[in-house]
Design a protein around this ligand. Structure first.
Ligand code: NAG
Ligand code: NAG
Ligand code: NAG
Ligand code: NAG
Ligand code: NAG
Ligand code: NAG
Ligand code: NAG
Length: 916
């Protein structure tokens, strides 16, 4: 089979809330299929990056009245004299819809076509069964999803990818945000981010900043803001992109943000263009309505640990932020529901303090009875209203926080939704916060939307407290309730949702519709609502906006933006509707949403974009497909806090997004059990792990440092007898450790510890409790548990003894080896563990459902290899030799293929103190 050359060109592109960048260039040797397991391992070697030239990367965002239209273009030239595969990867915000994609190769343009998802799938599957395919949309972190395609490009040919997507920017906490992720990982000849914002009502403020913008790059961010329009340009030259004058590394690596707000006029903020209208509503300077809020908090067993702690912490701040005129209640639930107080309570300082103390004492245990808890909350609100405990003019809401599906009481999701709908009866809004990924998000989403609220996912990460508080801040200040928009039927039709239960400070309501007659250019509008002391009424006359007059010097921006905005909003309304109502209503909503998606070329959860990749000499025609995911199709990892794939940003759109590649230092590495190797990065709270399976008796080199003269080898032992129900396991039974410079040698077996220092020998037994301090070595034995050795100025390690019941039919005693302090090794340290002592750079992306539903898979790009890895757990036995402590880690299949240099054969040595 000939060697296949592959150039990976990964470009994450701009977006309002988008990203661009990351170019990885590497060469493919032939794909190596290993054992029969599902994982694919592709070996790659670095190739001269000059083989592929990034001539142009451009991100062009235009925002007209909050409707963002982004075109991302990337041109690459294959300078090699062989054809190469070029990958194009773009990250889009989840709320954006792809509306076009094309590739231009040798002057020929291939354009993607939007098709009904089922039809596209058939076409795609036919292609899959006839050959190779690639190109999919996958979840990528909290805010993004990733679109990727690849195409084979002939020698000295050029490819230009162009992707367009659209999105209505949402106002949160007083501003809109465009996030542009730039991670080219390489220098780009012409790199440009250009954004233009057109707001006919005037721009209040506009900021442009970025996580990667250093003092040198700052002057290159050009920003000009006039009354109604703003321009932002960031276009560093090749040299300005350089990390240092003589290196190829790029400074462009992070997120670029544009935040702005528009002026709030007292009159209507309305655009009528080409027969479609859009109405924006966010009146300024309104007083807050008192609120009646019931917090419904899950304390079932699954919340145990960090989630419960984060919830307790978040509640402290949230409760403190209540205003004195607010009323509140706390309902906690597991197998049943409990209330802090049996009625709604005024948020006086004293009551809040009492509630905070209660919140501190919430502990997790039991099942998940969502039904009973939410019904209890609805009942508390109803009783308070009936007894006039709460002010007449106040806004009621229920905030439900849960991390699991209902397991107790009523567990049928539809029944619960129905019960909740009946109990709340339009009297309150319901917000559902799904904590982590054990919870079926669509269940919460539908339930919240049926009660005029919304659902949010809270990602299990160290910033969960901020996520909870951030969400609460968005809805904490209700300005109006029962907001109704009225437009004359004689003038407009197909109006999107026009009744809203509550308006929150810092947010915005958007309504859009179609004119009956395109020639009609004005009509009366009325907005009515309940405000603090009065009936809020806004009446006005909407009239056609002539964008050519407001923006005379601009060429026509995208004149149909009101129509596309209307289609975008209508599709979203219909997609929400397709999950509720009678079967016929659902069917109608689905059919309508599909028809609009096809008409406007949007990739929605009902459609797919199909791109037919041209045939080349090496490869037949290929069909690519781009989909839109729904929340429940996003299997994400149950993350330990702050790990590499969880994106550190709060939903309050303050938007910090973490980088993709991680260079991890300061690791703790160990091998234990039937040998499980673990590379842990305690500071990052993440770990990599792999197993080595070979026949008993094999001796492996674990550490070899030619400069300090340290060698650690380990010999495996098998079971006493083969367990007929299980595979033969191997463990480490003996370790040989040499420190040549200090003249020290240790042999540790499951029986004893033999130390020889400069020719002098001493033997210790595991049954001793011994501490020996010497000039070059400290040694400490904890009886029948562990041996800790500190070698002067070079190394500290622990060997754990696993004692197995003497009469165990199969297993026997074995050892585990943990290095604690690895930074004193030289840069040349190697071996199965040693090669990781100075850190490792890896990227985890595209977390997806693997074979085992409990253990998601992901792609890991490490040491030039693209591996499929699985999220799993291993154990650290240092503290508790019996049970161990769980350490979540990314598992690399097939004897660590791809993460260890070379093959496991390369680490086999001939003796316990040998190096070959
Ligand atoms: C392609 O380039 C390589 C080195 O870059 C050279 O060895 C080889 O002969 C070239 N092949 C052809 C067909 O030109
Ligand atoms: C999609 O892009 C192609 C190529 O740039 C263009 O010719 C076509 O008109 C676009 N289609 C739509 C629906 O905008
Ligand atoms: C609404 O938010 C603005 C800041 O975005 C703040 O100045 C104002 O006081 C808030 N109003 C209320 C009623 O909370
Ligand atoms: C569904 O659509 C059909 C055909 O357009 C229409 O006759 C029917 O009334 C609709 N049903 C509902 C419940 O909207
Ligand atoms: C051995 O030392 C540990 C502490 O290092 C102590 O807890 C234990 O009781 C000692 N055992 C014996 C048998 O002395
Ligand atoms: C790794 O391979 C998968 C398909 O096997 C692909 O989707 C992904 O983009 C690749 N990632 C990198 C970084 O090459
Ligand atoms: C690991 O390597 C050994 C020896 O080469 C081999 O026998 C075994 O099948 C491999 N295991 C896996 C899972 O690849």
């Amino acid at each position: 089979m000939p060697t296949v050359w592959t150039v990976l060109l990964m470009v994450y592109l701009c977006i309002p809330l988008g990203s661009y960048g990351a170019l990885v260039v590497s060469r493919d040797n032939e794909p190596q299929e290993s054992d029969g397991s599902s994982s694919k391992v592709i070996k790659k070697r670095s190739v001269n990056p000059s083989q592929i030239e990034f001539q142009n990367v451009k991100i062009d965002c235009k925002v007209a009245s909050r409707f963002a239209h982004t075109v991302m273009t990337s041109t690459a030239l294959n300078k090699a004299n062989v054809s190469q595969e070029v990958f194009f990867e773009v990250e889009l915000p989840k709320t954006a819809l792809i509306s076009n994609f094309s590739m231009e190769i040798d002057g020929k343009v291939y354009v993607g076509e939007v098709k009904e998802k089922e039809k596209a799938k058939k076409q795609y599957q036919a292609a899959v069964s006839s050959g190779q395919t690639a190109g999919l949309v996958k979840a990528s972190g909290r805010k993004m999803e990733k679109f990727s395609v690849s195409v084979n490009i002939a020698a000295n040919s050029r490819v230009t990818f162009t992707l367009t997507h659209e999105e209505l920017l949402q106002r949160r906490l007083g501003k809109y945000e465009l996030m542009i992720r730039v991670k080219p990982k390489q220098l780009v000849q012409h790199f440009e981010i250009v954004a233009a914002v057109y707001e006919p009502h005037g721009i209040e403020f506009l900021d442009a900043h970025g996580t990667f913008i250093t003092n040198e790059l700052l002057p290159l961010v050009e920003k000009s803001v006039s009354d109604k329009k703003a321009h932002v340009l960031f276009s560093p030259t090749l040299d300005q992109q350089r990390k240092c004058s003589d290196c190829e590394g790029t400074l462009i690596d992070g997120d670029f943000f544009i935040n702005y707000d528009v002026k709030r006029a007292q009159d209507l903020d309305m655009q009528i263009v080409n027969g479609y209208f859009v109405h924006f509503f966010a009146p300024a300077n309104l007083p807050r309505l008192p609120k009646n809020v019931v917090f419904v908090i899950d304390k079932s067993t699954s919340m145990l640990g960090e989630k419960m702690q984060q919830t307790r912490d978040a509640m402290q701040t949230i409760l403190s932020d209540l205003h004195e005129e607010d009323h509140f209640a706390l309902v906690t639930f597991s197998t049943g529901a409990d209330t802090w107080k049996s009625t709604l309570t005024r948020a006086t300082e004293e009551n809040v303090n009492e509630a905070k103390a209660f919140a501190k004492s919430i502990y997790a245990s039991g099942w998940t009875n969502i039904n009973e808890a939410v019904l209890r909350a609805a009942d508390l609100l109803k009783t308070a209203r009936a007894n006039k405990v709460v002010p007449e003019n106040s806004a009621s809401m229920i905030i439900l926080l849960t991390d699991g599906d209902p397991t107790k009481g009523e567990t049928n999701p539809e029944k619960i939704q129905q019960n909740v709908r009946n109990a709340i009866g339009e009297e309150a809004t319901l917000f559902c916060l799904g904590f982590g990924f054990d919870v079926k998000y669509s269940f919460l989403d539908v339930m919240a939307k049926e009660n005029n609220g919304l659902a949010r996912r809270i990602y299990e990460a160290s910033d969960a407290v901020l996520q909870l508080q951030g969400f609460y801040n968005e809805v904490a200040n209700v300005l109006l309730s029962d907001v109704h928009f009225t437009y004359p039927d004689s003038t407009v039709n197909s109006v999107t949702i026009s009744k809203f239960k509550q308006l929150y400070n810092g947010s915005e309501i958007v309504v859009s519709g179609r004119m009956n007659d395109i020639e009609m250019n004005d009509f009366p509008v009325e907005v009515s609502a309940q405000s603090l002391d009065t009936e809020f009424v806004l009446k006005g006359q909407a009239s056609t906006t002539d964008w050519n007059i407001i923006f005379p010097d601009q060429e026509y921006i995208f004149g149909d933006f009101t129509e596309r905005l209307w289609a975008y909003l209508t599709i979203q309304n219909l997609l929400d509707k397709k999950d509720k109502g009678s079967p016929e209503e659902k069917q109608n909503a689905t059919a309508e949403a599909l028809a609009l998606s096809l008409k406007y070329n949007f990739v929605t959860p009902l459609t797919s974009m199909v791109v037919t990749k041209p045939e080349t000499e090496e490869k037949p025609e290929d069909t690519l497909i781009a989909d839109k995911l729904t929340e429940d199709e996003r299997p994400e990892v149950k993350a330990s806090s702050g790990s590499s794939y969880s994106y550190a940003s709060s939903p309050s759109s303050s938007g910090i997004s973490s980088s993709h590649f991680h260079n991890y230092h300061s690791s703790v590495n160990w091998v234990d059990s039937d040998p499980h190797f673990i590379i842990e990065f305690p500071n990052q709270n993440d770990a990599l792990c792999f197993n080595i399976n070979d026949k008993p008796g094999t001796i492996f080199n674990l550490v070899k440092d030619p400069l300090t003269g340290i060698i650690v080898n380990g010999q495996t032992i098998g079971d006493k007898k083969i367990d007929p129900n299980n595979m033969m396991s191997t463990y480490f039974g003996r370790f040989g450790i040499i420190h040549a410079k200090l003249g020290i040698r240790l042999m540790v077996t499951t029986q004893d510890i033999l130390v020889s220092e400069r020719g002098k020998q001493e033997k210790f037994y595991w049954s001793d409790n011994t501490s020996v301090k010497g000039p070059n070595m400290d040694l400490h034995i904890t009886k029948d548990r562990s041996l800790t050795v500190t070698l002067r100025n070079s190394m500290k390690f622990v060997i754990v003894l696993h004692k197995v019941w003497k009469k165990h039919p199969y297993h026997q005693d074995y050892l585990g080896f943990y290095t604690l302090d690895s930074h004193l090794f030289s840069q040349r340290v190697h071996g199965l563990l040693g090669q990781f002592f100075h850190g490792i750079t890896f990227e985890v992306s595209d977390v997806f459902q693997g074979e085992n539903p409990d253990k998601p898979d992901a792609h890991m790009f490490v040491k030039g290899h693209n591996l499929t890895v699985t999220r799993g757990w291993q154990k650290d036995y240092r503290k508790n030799v019996k049970e161990g402590e769980d350490v979540p880690c990314w598992f690399i299949h097939n004897n660590g293929t791809g993460i260890i240099d070379g093959d496991i054969e390369d680490y086999i040595v001939s003796g316990l103190f040998k190096t070959t």
